[in-house]
Ligand binder design. Sequence first.
Ligand code: GTP
Ligand code: MG
Length: 217
Amino acid sequence: MSSQNVIKSASSDNDDINSIATRQDLRVVTIFPTKNEESTIENAVNVATTSKFNPEVIVVDAYSSDSTADLATKAGAIVIRQPEQMFPGKGNAMKAGLREAVRNRAADIVLFLDTDISNLTSEWIDKLVNALIQNNCDMSRGFYQRQSRDAAVSKLIARPMLNIFFPELSHFEQPLSGEVCARRQIWEGLLEVQGSPDGWGIDIWFLIETAMRGYHS
Ligand SMILES: Nc1nc2c(ncn2[C@@H]2O[C@H](COP(=O)(O)OP(=O)(O)OP(=O)(O)O)[C@@H](O)[C@H]2O)c(=O)[nH]1
Ligand SMILES: [Mg+2]
């Protein structure tokens, strides 16, 4: 996976991160939204905890009918339930995970990863977090090689629409990818917005809303 410097700070808002002396002082939280991912959840949690940023791992489960939640707990994740029993409820789950990470666990950086990635490596986390630290970005987003017929919504709808309405975001290979990382202040600001999407719309919403708050790409 590669990370893209999605949104770059217009100011020196990143001073808090830059002034944190070492990786050990940086509180990184990785969140996996899950619904029936028993075949990959254990590996995902194990891999995430081996990142050099030593992240806490939160799993936000959507009432999985399989053993996803049990396996996540056994692997050492903090497992919480998506508040609303709705599907699709990825936005609802992501916001619940963020509230836990930024309000209860004082995370400096929070990132999301999809759970259904069988070849996940800890490097994914390291690259996404490093994009914030080394490139002074506010938000980074991952992209990776996909099958030619995958990601039709990104190719046919999201990217063409961004090109027209938000050309400053047109460099995103996969604007809807579930691999997204940002520092606490960005997430706190987004959590304050009323009426943000509870379903799939959350992925593009995070991106556009952050850009509209004046951060540069
Ligand atoms: N909590 C929660 N997680 C969800 C929900 N829908 C999907 N997920 C999780 O969100 C991540 C992305 O979902 P996917 O279904 O893989 O979405 P996708 O990657 O766009 O689609 P595919 O190309 O089919 O893999 C996975 O970890 C899912 O388990 C939901 O309603 N609630
Ligand atoms: Mg998927």
